[in-house]
Design a protein around this ligand. Structure first.
Ligand code: DQA
Length: 148
C-alpha cells in the first residue's frame, strides 16, 4: 500500500477541547483514526503525526521528501507566517495537499494569507474532519497508477 503522511501543526493536539464551536468535538486521536480508516478504504497506509514544534515539523517534511511520501498537511498557525516551512515544502518530491478544518478565508484577516498554498498541489478548507477525507481522496487520485 502507498504510504501517506498526515501532519498536523500546533494546537491541533488539543482538538476536542480547542474552540469546539470552530473545530468540532473530535479529538486528535479520533481524527487520526478517521484518517487511517479513510486511507484503508482508498488503499493508502496513512500515518498521522502532530507537533507544536516548527523544527520537528520541518524535519518530518524533509523525511517525506527523502522517501517520496505524499503529504496531507494542516500547518495550523504556521500556515500564515512560516517561510521556513514553505521552503521545506518547496523541496517536496511527492504530492502535497494543504488542509484546514475551518475556512481561514472566512475568519480574521491574518488567516487570509497562506504562505504554504503556493507550493501545494491544492488546498481543502472548511469541512472539519471531512477536509482530511477529501485530501486523502485527492492524494489517491494524484498517485493512481504511479509506482508506490
Ligand atoms: C487551521 C486554521 C489556522 O488559521 C489555525 O491557526 C489553526 C487551524 C484549521 O485547521 O482550520 O490552528 O489550520
Amino acid at each position: 500500500m502507498r504510504r501517506v503522511l498526515v501532519i498536523n501543526g500546533p494546537n491541533l493536539g488539543r482538538l476536542g477541547s480547542r474552540e469546539p464551536d470552530i473545530y468540532g468535538t473530535a479529538t486528535h486521536a479520533d481524527l487520526a483514526e478517521i484518517c487511517r480508516r479513510a486511507g484503508q478504504a482508498l488503499g493508502l497506509a496513512v500515518e498521522v503525526r502532530q507537533t507544536d514544534d516548527e523544527g520537528e515539523l520541518i524535519g518530518w517534511v524533509h523525511e517525506a521528501a527523502d522517501a517520496r511520501v505524499p503529504l496531507v498537511l494542516n500547518p495550523a498557525a504556521f500556515t500564515h507566517y512560516s517561510y521556513a516551512l514553505r521552503d521545506a515544502l518547496a523541496m517536496r518530491t511527492a504530492p502535497l495537499v494543504e488542509v484546514h478544518m475551518s475556512n481561514p478565508a472566512a475568519r480574521e484577516s491574518f488567516r487570509h494569507l497562506s504562505v504554504v498554498s503556493g507550493v501545494a498541489d491544492g488546498t481543502i478548507a472548511g469541512f472539519g474532519v471531512d477536509s482530511y477525507r477529501l485530501a486523502l481522496r485527492a492524494v489517491a487520485t494524484m498517485t493512481e497508477g504511479a509506482p508506490a
